[in-house]
Write a protein that binds this ligand. Structure first.
Ligand code: SAM
Length: 231
């Protein structure tokens, strides 16, 4: 049996590359984007009623992680990247049919456009469906997950003075909460858990149209070094 699906819209996201995107939604409330709906869903009728809803489920395609051969076991970053686990016990991007799901905040609704925050989606992600979050059914108080019982621990994010000034300047230009976005994403410690970087080693990721560079002056601490326009 096979099915054909096609996107109802494409996400325009603050995240231009996979590295440093939080591993789940809601971990970076300052992560914003716009879901641009495709015809025929770009008409007002398709989004009527959504203004009464604070959060939506997005079902989407991990379009930059699609593979021909399905994996039965994966190595989730949550387990340090060196322990394998059955694919259905994880939220790994490499999975059958490449389908992801995220609950995101719905900030504004316009015909053809949904303004989102708390996203964990790459720019250009194709969205297959949108469903309202239904608190009484979707929030399960007694639920437990032995592998991921709580949000990952956060690490401190420090700023070099000129980097913070650069970030404030670009935040104004973009009219986006850029300092918060960088702090919320880097506090998740994006580097693979098995790496112990020297202070000389530089890391970088693109947020909006900016290259953000940082290092680890000591284990478990990030310092942002530079926030500059991408080349
Ligand atoms: N919340 C979703 C879920 O549970 O299905 C996604 C979880 S997945 C672990 C989150 C990671 O997916 C992000 O950190 C990012 O690196 C990656 N990602 C996001 N959008 C993607 C895309 N369109 N293609 C490939 N990888 C993507």
């Amino acid at each position: 049996m096979s099915f054909q699906v096609s996107p109802v819209g494409i996400v325009r996201s603050c995240f231009k590359e996979k590295f440093a995107i939080p591993r789940q939604p809601q971990l970076a409330p300052a992560a914003r984007g716009v879901l641009e709906l495709l015809p025929p869903f770009d008409q007002g009728d398709a989004v009527q009623g959504l203004e009464q809803i604070s959060h939506v489920w997005l079902l989407f395609v991990f379009h930059q992680a699609l593979e021909q051969t399905p994996r039965l076991k994966v190595r989730p970053p949550r387990l340090g990247g060196n322990q394998s686990m059955g694919v259905f016990a994880t939220r790994a991007t490499h999975r059958p049919n490449g389908i992801g799901q995220s609950v995101v905040r719905l900030d504004k609704v316009e015909p053809g456009r949904l303004w989102l925050s708390g996203i964990d989606l790459l720019d250009g992600t194709p969205v297959l469906d949108i469903k309202p979050y239904v608190p009484y059914a979707d929030s399960i108080c007694e639920a437990h997950n032995g592998m991921a019982s709580a949000a990952p621990a956060l690490i401190p994010v420090l700023w070099q003075d000129d980097a913070l000034q650069q970030a404030h300047g670009h935040a104004q230009r973009l009219a986006e909460p850029l300092v918060e976005l960088i702090e919320q994403c880097l506090a998740q410690d994006p580097k693979p858990a098995y790496q112990t970087p020297s202070p000389e080693r530089r890391y970088g990721a693109q947020f909006w149209d900016l290259d953000v560079r940082w290092h680890y002056p000591q284990a478990g601490v990030i310092r942002v070094l530079e926030v500059v326009l991408s080349a």
